[in-house]
Design a protein around this ligand. Structure first.
Ligand SMILES: [Zn+2]
Length: 93
């Protein structure tokens, strides 16, 4: 019974941490004039030269590698991995 209680407490702590992080992301985005989770930027793939909208969550990334202000991930159009610079001005390379 004691072990079960520990597991319940651990799961609760993880849920609280994740919840607090999501709240922090939303609040910090609001401060920068961004609503909701993440932003959408217009990126152009250097491999296939086609542009697409890329939604990302500032400060967090599950599907790409963070490289400062750039991300390394697979192009959704051609599937090839490239470094995409993320600018604050959508449409400006
Ligand atoms: Zn591409």
């Amino acid at each position: 019974m004691g072990a079960l209680l520990v597991w319940v407490l651990a799961a609760g702590a993880v849920a609280l941490t994740v919840g607090a992080y999501l709240v922090w992301v939303v609040i910090s985005n609001r401060r920068r004039g961004i609503t909701g989770l993440g932003r959408v930027v217009r990126l152009t793939c250097p491999k296939c030269q086609r542009s697409f909208d890329y939604a990302f969550v500032p400060g967090a990334s599950l599907t790409s590698l963070r490289l400062g202000r750039s991300r390394y991930f697979a192009c959704p159009l051609c599937g090839r991995w490239s470094i995409f610079p993320l600018t604050d001005r959508p449409g400006v390379p």
